[in-house]
Design a protein around this ligand. Structure first.
Ligand code: NAD
Length: 336
């Protein structure tokens, strides 16, 4: 029986890479009926809404979505659809495994990090105002409730996945109240989880330590903004944004998407690497208990990347998105 999953192609490179994943799922014989919905600029042009109610209803109904990136206008225009979606569906945990992929060159060979980023508050609350001309306030909201539940998620994830240590990342030396509350909450949760080692790092210091010794870290637990920044930093450790997957998880539903954005510089040019979205889709298969196609896709990706012949430009190759996807499809079909 087919499973219905909401598909949000997004914009920029989104439609190219989501189409690649749809083809690859077909090659792996995953029985999915995709329920497609526009969001962002594409939806705004059609329905004058960047996050249509039909899309939210679809994710509520299906409990699962695969999402391409969505462009957010910079310093003007509508609010981030990505943030809006996470808040509307209460997808409070942003989970981003950062690992070396065999065959992908990078500065480090032994990176295996899990980023757990709080996804609903902090400076992403969108509360900004001009106090007087020339003076603007952006409000950073930190609550005990959100900090506690993301800490619980991190410890539960660590235990369920055989990880040994959770490192909370903060700037509580400066934001004594806001980041202080985040830390107080993570410390309380750590005392309920003494089988997992818990420690803390200041965000600037951890950035230096991560680019020198990433192998020394395990699960990183961060408020929203530091989580966003440290995610891209960690992606750089393993070969770039083209290879790092992610998931936004709530108690009711989950939306899987890559760490990267809509890459307007290469959009529509058939140059994007679909690997990060594909790995996000594979995380989705694991999440819904479909290990067989997940393993087939992983093995095919391993084969193509270690083969070294066909890779996209961001990984030093010359293959287009479609050439890379077709090669992967053939590899998956061979494994039948
Ligand atoms: P970006 O991640 O889109 O791109 C950064 C760089 O990485 C670019 O050079 C791009 O070409 C490259 N890159 C990214 N993904 C790639 C891929 N799959 N294959 C090959 N190269 C890839 O970051 P940006 O340029 O800062 O942001 C562009 C837009 O994306 C902004 O509007 C931003 O708000 C949005 N964004 C959306 C999401 C999301 O939808 N979840 C996440 C991050 C950024």
């Amino acid at each position: 029986m087919s499973r219905v999953i909401t598909l949000i192609p997004g914009d920029g490179i989104g439609p190219e890479i989501t189409e690649a994943v749809v083809r690859l799922f077909k090659a792996a014989a995953v029985a999915v009926d995709w329920d497609r919905h526009d969001a962002g600029m594409t939806a705004f042009e059609k329905y004058q809404q960047s996050l249509p109610a039909d899309l939210l209803d679809s994710v509520h109904r299906n409990k699962l979505a695969l999402k391409g990136p969505i462009t957010t206008p910079i310093a003007e225009g509508f609010r981030s659809v990505n943030v809006g979606l996470r808040k509307a569906l209460d997808l409070y945990a942003n989970l981003r495994p950062v690992r070396n992929l065999a065959g992908v060159e990078s500065r480090f060979a032994d990176v295996d990090l899990i980023i757990v980023r709080e996804n609903t508050e902090d400076l992403y609350s969108g509360l900004e105002h001009e106090v007087i001309p020339g003076v603007v306030e952006s409000l950073k909201i930190i609550t005990e409730r959100a900090s506690t539940r993301i800490a619980r998620f991190a410890f539960d994830y660590a235990r369920a996945n055989g990880r040994r240590r959770v490192t909370a990342i903060h700037k509580a030396n400066i934001m004594k109240l806001g980041d202080g509350l985040f830390l107080e909450s993570t410390r309380t949760v750590s005392r309920e989880n003494t089988d997992i080692t818990y420690d803390e790092r200041i965000v600037d210091a951890v950035c230096m330590q991560l680019v020198m010794h990433p192998e020394k870290f395990d699960v990183l637990l961060l408020p929203n903004l530091y989580g966003d920044i440290v995610s891209d930093l960690c992606a750089g450790l393993v070969g770039g944004l083209g290879v790092v997957p992610g998931a936004n998880i709530g108690d009711d539903c989950a939306v899987f998407e890559a760490v990267h954005g809509s890459a307007p510089d290469i959009a529509g040019k058939n140059l994007a690497n679909p690997t990060a979205l594909l790995l996000s889709a594979v995380m989705m298969l694991d999440y819904i208990g479909e290990p067989n196609p997940a393993e087939r896709i992983r093995a095919a990706l391993h084969g193509v990347l270690t083969g070294g012949q066909v890779r996209t430009r961001d990984l030093g190759g010359t293959a287009s998105t479609t050439e890379f996807t077709e090669t992967l499809c053939r590899e998956i079909e061979k494994s039948e």
